[in-house]
Design a protein around this ligand. Structure first.
Ligand code: SAM
Length: 290
């Protein structure tokens, strides 16, 4: 076993040794707290029969914990300057593979197939760069990758929106999108003092357990998500008004009977509708030719 990467001293030593300078534009905030790392890894329910895909390993703070717990770790890092550092840190650690690339552009399905042969399941575990959290998570979910869990540190406010239930101001199209694919659970909130450099937002760890199938059958997912987006277009407006704008003013008299046909009061707001109700509305709109 080697010395912990994620201590303030070792992190500063590595940074000094390689003359590394943080790039804010890449969301580089490195973890320096062993307890937070243990909580993240524990939430992912890994063991030696499982694989971990890490996004953005930095200098390897989380990678090291994953390597101890999982059968194999593949870590995708965009910053070329970190690749030789990671190779040094994990020299001799046989179950760690470092992949240089932009996670948003990589063929992740191909990478998973190539990297995790023979393992019984794969989880994504990461302290994500905050500037691209939502695009990364939506890519993982929309590509329907064969994942068991996604456990990620993200901006607290985004975590709260992902886990929000209908009826509150946090609930929106992001909540519906995430909950269509996963069951979310907030694991813990994390103070900004556990990072170098410290971010100026609060962070949280969220666990997304992938569903075997969505909570409701949706014939046309693209239409479903466009209906959801439209329903939240202007949050102060009723669902009837938002959907009128969606299908065109000329058809607005069709919206109220359509909603009533779904058992939904047209005076409600989008933020009160459940995923099952959005699916019913999307289906009814399609049946009516919209
Ligand atoms: N895992 C490390 C830790 O916890 O200390 C670093 C986390 S830091 C918040 C985010 C990392 O993601 C950085 O190393 C950054 O270079 C990397 N990164 C940013 N954008 C990326 C992208 N599109 N694809 C892959 N890695 C990315």
């Amino acid at each position: 076993t080697q010395a912990d990467v994620a201590t303030p001293k070792r992190t500063r030593d590595i940074i000094a040794k390689y003359g590394f300078s943080f790039k804010k534009s890449l969301g580089q905030n490195f973890l320096i707290d062993q307890n937070v790392l243990r909580n993240i890894v524990e939430a992912a329910e890994l063991d030696k029969t499982k694989g971990a895909l890490e996004i953005g390993p930095g200098i390897g703070a989380l990678t090291q914990h994953l390597a101890e717990t999982a059968g194999r770790v593949t870590a995708v890092e965009i910053d070329q300057r970190l690749i030789p550092i990671l190779h040094d840190v994990f020299q001799g650690t046989e179950n760690v593979h470092v992949e240089h690339g932009d996670v948003l552009k990589l063929d992740l399905r191909g990478l998973l197939e190539q990297q995790f042969v023979g393992l019984t399941g794969v989880s994504v575990v990461a302290n994500l760069p905050y500037y691209v959290t939502t695009p990364i998570l939506m890519k993982l979910l929309e590509e329907k990758l064969p994942l068991e869990n996604i456990v990620v540190m993200i901006q607290k406010e985004v975590a709260v929106r992902m886990a929000a239930k209908p009826g509150g101001k946090e609930y929106g199209s992001l909540s519906v999108a995430v909950q269509y694919y996963c069951v979310p659970e907030l694991v813990c909130t994390v103070p900004h003092t556990v990072f170098i450099p410290q971010p100026n937002v609060d962070s949280a760890v969220i666990k997304l357990k992938l569903r075997d199938k969505p909570p409701v059958e949706v014939a046309d997912e693209d239409h479903f998500f466009r209906t959801v987006q439209a329903s939240f277009a202007q949050r102060r407006k009723t669902i009837a008004n938002n959907l009128s704008a969606f299908i065109g003013k000329a058809n607005r008299d069709k919206v109220v009977p359509l909603l009533e046909g779904c058992g939904i009061d047209p005076a409600r707001r989008g933020e009160t509708l459940s995923i099952v109700e959005f699916a019913a509305v999307s289906h009814a709109l399609q049946q009516a030719g919209f």
